[in-house]
Unconditional design. Sequence first.
Length: 79
Amino acid sequence: TAAPVVLPIQPPLPPQPPLPVEKKNKLVKRAAAGKHWTDNTLADFPDNDYRLFVGNLPKDINDAKLAETFSSKYASFVM
């Protein structure tokens, strides 16, 4: 019978960085306060990742109140 083969134990590999997200060459047009511009950084997000900016709120509206309001209406709400 042949002698058993003993292989050295290798340490685990370090975690690998995430694969780069393929950038889309689409134009993302933005508008606010009467100004218009193109924001290509939004092309880094998936097409089904919707974002909403809420501004000009009274001082008594805080993050918790916004989260409560949106999460009660939209099950997918994440803040």
